[in-house]
Design a protein around this ligand. Structure first.
Ligand code: LLP
Length: 415
């Protein structure tokens, strides 16, 4: 979290004291650092310099158009999973020709829009989806570039909810069936077989599972070549982990160097779809302590940020570091940090050693990925504001939602 550091006991986002952002924009608010986003993207881009490659940022990790725009300006590609994400990329100034479209159930309308926009490739996840895309492309008199998402059946060793490369989950086609399905795809008149892709899971902290998957895909690519199907690109998905507490994941440089070594002299274009490793440590969420509720058994700090704002702790038992915005001298106590939502699962952290008083501000660290994007209106709570800091400038990139915003589109029965 290099871009979020203390200066004289006060947490700053780049050069801006976080208290100033809280005063101007209220809480809870997500704060992103432009510099952190850029550096994280460039770690990938620079490791791939001199190679035919595309870094397609996974939009789902943080889809604010302000974030997408910062990456688009650096020449990033994008990995999308819905037409909504495609519209965001276009609005943010991203190049559709650098977009790959993942997801198990793309609708016809989504395929149509993506074909019209001229995306780079559809990552196809089943035979039925091949047929659907072939039909839509034929209707538009276009040829769709495709890659098959292959499920290499490797254990990513991560949380079951974010592990996607094992055979018993819904993603991709089984590697044993891949050659047959490629032959079928190759026979369809409006499809152009371009690539192979996989995504084995998220928050991986070791290189080995990626390389196991890669080895299996390379065997497949060589088999396909012997059958006359030339694969031009290899998309290894996202998944590289980040440090939330004490994890030491490989750097993009280490990961990419290992991949390139394994490729040998195969002239494959490389595509990566990193989400978390670009956005997570480029963001924090700030929240205010409303009340302290101390009982014989427990101390609760009731904060104004809740599970609807940041669901990772409730959904995955994810540990997110929580730190004071202004360091207070004196003794710490153990607190559970709980929100105002009517659920026992509404906590952002448990058993945290802090010295707190009502009115204090806290920062939830590493919240730039899968934070705001997974937020909801549960309990009719307005979604948080989002700001991007750039040196000493603060830019509001999403206004705090209002109840009027929330009720727009709802209606009561007539008469
Ligand atoms: N490509 C595909 C096809 C994906 O499904 C994903 C993430 C990515 C790329 C980006 O993966 P990343 O580099 O961010 O690991 N909400 C969960 C994470 C879900 C990831 C889903 N797929 C969390 O908060 O931990």
């Amino acid at each position: 979290m290099d871009n979020f550091e203390y200066l004289n006991g006060r947490l700053c986002a780049e050069e801006v004291p976080v208290t100033r952002i809280a005063e101007e924009y209220g809480t809870p608010t997500y704060i992103y650092s432009r510099d952190a986003l850029e550096r994280a993207y460039l770690d990938y881009a620079q490791a791939l310099e001199g190679r035919d490659a595309l870094v397609c940022y996974a939009v789902k990790a943080n889809s604010n158009i302000g974030v997408l725009n910062v990456l688009a300006r650096l020449g990033a590609g994008f990995d999308i999973v819905s037409v909504g994400e495609l519209e965001r990329v276009i609005k943010a100034g991203g190049d559709p020709a650098k977009v790959v479209f993942s997801g198990v159930a793309k609708r016809e309308g989504e395929m149509r829009r993506a074909l019209e926009a001229g995306i780079h490739c559809f990552n196809i996840e089943s035979e039925a989806e091949l047929d659907r895309l072939n039909k839509v492309a034929a209707e538009l008199d276009k040829v769709a570039a495709i890659s098959l998402r292959v499920n290499p059946d490797v254990d990513a060793g991560t949380h079951p909810y974010i592990s996607t490369g094992l055979k018993d989950n819904k993603f991709g086609v089984a590697i044993e069936d891949a050659a047959r399905i490629y032959a079928y795809a190759n026979s369809l008149s409006h499809l152009d077989v371009q690539g192979v892709d996989c995504h084995i899971g998220s928050q991986l902290t070791e290189i080995a599972p990626f390389l196991d998957a890669l080895d299996r895909l390379l065997v497949l690519i060589d088999t396909l070549a012997s059958e006359g199907i030339t694969i031009k690109h290899l998309d290894l998905g996202g998944g590289l982990g980040v440090c939330y507490t004490d994890e030491v994941p490989p750097t993009p440089q280490e990961y990419i160097a290992a991949v390139i070594e394994r490729l040998g002299d195969r002239p494959l274009k490389l595509i990566f779809e990193p989400g978390r490793s670009i956005a997570a440590n480029a963001g924090i969420m700030i929240t205010k302590v409303e009340f302290l509720k101390c009982t014989e058994h427990k101390n609760f700090a009731i904060i104004d940020g809740a599970m609807n704002d940041l669901i990772r702790p409730a959904l995955y038992s994810a540990y997110m570091e929580i730190i004071p915005v202004e360091v207070r001298e004196g003794e710490s106590r153990s607190f559970d940090l709980v929100g105002p939502v009517c659920e026992s699962g509404d906590f952002l952290g448990k058993d945290r050693q802090l010295n707190l008083e009502a009115g204090d501000l806290l920062a939830v660290c590493s919240a730039g990925a899968y934070g705001f994007g997974m937020s909801s209106n549960y309990n009719t709570r307005n979604r948080a504001a989002e700001v991007m800091v750039d040196d000493n400038q603060i830019h509001l990139i999403r206004k705090r939602e209002t109840v009027v915003d929330q009720l727009r589109g709802e209606s009561v029965l007539p008469g």
